[in-house]
Design a protein around this ligand. Sequence first.
Ligand SMILES: CC(C)(COP(=O)(O)OP(=O)(O)OC[C@H]1O[C@@H](n2cnc3c(N)ncnc32)[C@H](O)[C@@H]1OP(=O)(O)O)[C@@H](O)C(=O)NCCC(=O)NCCS
Length: 188
Amino acid sequence: MPLPTIARIESRRLALRPVNAGDLPDLIAVNGDPEVTQFLPYATWQSPQDGEAWLARMEALGATGTGRQLVVVRRSDSRAIGTLLLFRHDEGSARVELGYALGRAHWRQGIMREAIEAACSHAFEALGIRRIEAEVNPDNVASCTLLTRVGFVLEGALRKRWVAKGAAYDTNVYGCLVDEWLAGRAAG
Ligand SMILES: CC(C)(COP(=O)(O)OP(=O)(O)OC[C@H]1O[C@@H](n2cnc3c(N)ncnc32)[C@H](O)[C@@H]1OP(=O)(O)O)[C@@H](O)C(=O)NCCC(=O)NCCS
């Protein structure tokens, strides 16, 4: 069974919903910024065509049933301010990987923490996922801190795991299990 389509997830300030072509003008403000894309596997968007090519890749991923590309929408004005990806879904192990990016104007306001908490709640409680994992370059302090704050556990470091943008880099592996997530929620 493919990873189910996610119609909409709401939190206090945000909504997560599937990306569509109408989001691309907003997303250029996110992915057209080299500070945002520094640790991402794709190049900074230079043109609308880069956004269209990215959307085509995300639609192809969705068609495989192993990934769902969502946008992080600000509920106050319905603008897309970031992206959140669930991918590498493994049905047999009920496992999925998480990726995300937020426009720089919105950093350090608890936005991505709110988005990830909403996405994890949905994945664990509605989709039956039992493990969510994330791979992060250890130099990406913001992302490493964010995951720890949300409740992910640093499980290990893989040396020179990926090559991107001409350089090999180490990768921290973070994991979050459904039981510890539910226990954390119950403890408040
Ligand atoms: C990583 C990223 C999504 C963080 O989003 P954000 O909305 O600014 O994060 P939040 O405000 O929710 O912060 C969550 C926690 O991380 C901490 N944090 C966020 N940015 C930080 C930074 N630059 N340095 C240290 N800590 C940071 C916050 O202080 C907060 O901790 P707290 O709850 O103790 O206050 C954002 O910096 C980003 O989009 N970066 C570029 C894309 C990217 O690298 N994506 C991840 C690829 S693995």
